[in-house]
Write a protein that binds this ligand. Structure first.
Ligand code: ADP
Length: 161
């Protein structure tokens, strides 16, 4: 069975992530979204909240599931018997980071392929960090995330004010 993981922080999941997930789900028989437990950045949502938002978002996709993982993405890939790691590439800035990450992952686990999908034009400039900033400043975010994520985000930024 062809299995891939799509690892990330998903703080929170956006329509850009969802677009990559929907497309990757057509390429692999099973896609496992890896919600990274402890990324090296400040997070707005807890691991449980991020994983729950991912699970709710992917509910309509039958061959997609969400799991929390700790440690290296390649180790998580091996644990779930995935042959590939999916990543999304936006035009501005992602390439260099993703290239370095892919080279490191290849060294760590040469048998696992890194599959990068180009971000759709609509989501090129969408990132979780910009989204959070827009939400904090009261910007309209409804077109950028699933409805339940917009609600959670607005609630969260209000409790922090
Ligand atoms: P990370 O902490 O690994 O950067 P993210 O959750 O921010 O985790 O992103 C996970 C993956 O999704 C990365 O490969 C990232 O480049 C990709 N991604 C993020 N936003 C978008 C977007 N708008 N369009 C396509 N891919 C995206």
């Amino acid at each position: 069975m062809s299995i891939a993981i799509y690892p990330g922080s998903f703080d929170p999941i956006t329509n850009g992530h969802l677009d990559i997930i929907t497309r990757a789900a057509k390429l692999f028989q099973k896609l496992i979204i890896g919600v990274y437990d402890k990324p090296d950045k400040q997070l707005l949502f807890s691991t449980e909240e991020r994983a729950e938002m991912v699970s709710k978002t992917i509910a309509p996709l039958p061959n997609v599931e969400a799991r929390v993982f700790t440690g290296l993405a390649v180790d998580f890939a091996k644990e779930v018997k995935a042959q590939a790691i999916v990543r999304g590439l936006r035009m501005s800035g992602d390439f260099e980071n993703e290239f370095d990450l892919a080279m490191m992952n290849k060294r760590l686990a040469p048998e696992i392929e890194i599959v990068c999908l180009m971000s759709d034009m609509k989501y090129q400039f969408l990132s979780s960090s910009l989204l959070k900033e827009a939400a904090r400043l009261g910007g309209a975010i409804e077109d950028l995330v699933p409805e339940h994520v917009a609600e959670a985000l607005i609630k969260k930024v209000h409790t922090q004010m």
